[in-house]
Write a protein that binds this ligand. Structure first.
Ligand SMILES: C[S@@+](CC[C@H](N)C(=O)[O-])C[C@H]1O[C@@H](n2cnc3c(N)ncnc32)[C@H](O)[C@@H]1O
Length: 326
């Protein structure tokens, strides 16, 4: 926890304690006595009171009390508060996507299979996959070592690494590779090489699943719209691709991936549902469109079998609930 938050925590503990109640706290002093020169060096990495030039040497910049990388263009901090946010984000995305993956991996993952989480962050996805597939080995790699190192399933493995460099595995090693929300850290020009590396370490028949958030917000109000403009400029200034999400399919094809399915099962069901709905309206709608029966069929087929995938069409689904109070 950051130094500035301790007084508030102590005040809160005092507030909820009964008069006469007791607080017991255990902490480890970060300083190891009698440390040799190598260990002393390691300890300095965690010492946030070191001078600015020392901090910069370690590859970080401290801005406004938050710790940022200055060796990679990653836009978000690399600290514990950010890990908390990433955990929340993981659970929100898992809920939205109905699980930890959409690819058909159940038949793919067998005893001894290997799974990789590229840019794993604090490692929640890696840990959950290790639990769900105890017969497989699940690896997480991130430039930030904020993942668990001791209390974790035995079949989960974490390592520190920059994923824009050669991946530290032999060819054809993994059955399933997962990437989520790396558009905030990988430069536009690095994606091609990254995909090639992913393809190299994937077994033939292996699957890459990649989720990204489109930087574009639909229907922003005037203030947010202006703010989003700044966001986009900031991404461009770091050579990051603000709208990478819309290009995943194209970029995967360029890297040689096949059999793509965008939107996963939900997207597939939704597209089929829209196609059926459009055919269901044909008896009256075809007259309005001025198309013959055959023309209507071929246009609808073209739209739902091809064009919606080419243009990444999507629908927003709005959910509202309300109560009758009297
Ligand atoms: C927004 S977080 C997403 C974390 C995780 N994939 C998830 O969905 O919860 C992006 C992660 O990418 C990592 N990252 C950024 N640039 C990287 C690089 N060049 N090599 C490895 N990891 C990187 C960051 O440290 C961070 O943990």
């Amino acid at each position: 926890m950051t130094i500035t938050r301790w007084p508030n925590l102590m005040q809160e503990i005092k507030r909820v304690l009964k008069p006469g109640g007791i607080i017991e706290q255990h902490e480890l002093d970060a300083i190891a006595h009698n440390a040799g020169p190598k260990f002393q060096n390691i300890q300095n990495y965690g010492n946030e009171t070191s001078s600015t030039s020392e901090k910069q040497k370690q590859g970080f910049n401290y801005i406004g009390g938050r710790k940022f990388y200055d060796i990679v263009p990653y836009v978000l901090p690399a600290d514990i508060e950010e890990d908390d946010r990433l955990h929340q984000q993981h659970f929100a995305l898992k809920y939205i996507c109905g699980g930890n993956y959409t690819a058909p991996i159940h038949d793919l993952i067998k005893p001894g299979s290997k799974i990789l989480d590229l840019g794993c962050g604090p490692g929640q996805w890696t840990l959950e996959m290790a639990q769900e597939f105890p017969q497989a080995d699940v690896y997480g790699i991130d430039i930030n070592a904020n993942f668990p190192t001791t209390i974790k399933p035995a079949n989960s493995h974490f390592l520190v690494g920059n994923v824009t460099e050669r991946l530290p595995w032999e060819d054809n090693y993994f059955d399933f590779i997962w990437i989520r929300y790396l558009f905030v850290g990988i430069m536009d020009a690095d994606w091609q090489n990254l995909y090639h590396e992913v393809r190299r370490v994937l077994k033939p028949g292996g699957i890459l699943e990649h989720h990204e958030c489109d930087g574009l917000t639909v229907n922003p109000g005037p203030k947010f719209k202006k703010f989003l403009g700044h966001f986009e400029e900031a991404f461009i200034s770091r050579d990051l691709s603000f709208r990478l999400a819309c290009e995943l399919s194209e970029r995967m094809t360029m890297a040689g991936f096949e059999d793509q399915l965008e939107g996963g099962k939900i997207g597939e069901i939704w597209a089929a549902n829209l196609k059926d709905g459009t055919f269901a309206m044909k008896p009256w709608l075809s007259k309005l469109t001025g198309l013959t029966d055959d023309e209507y069929d071929s246009v609808v087929q073209y739209i739902f079998d091809y064009e919606i995938f080419e243009y990444d069409d999507y629908h927003n689904h709005h959910m509202v609930w309300a109560r009758k109070n009297q």
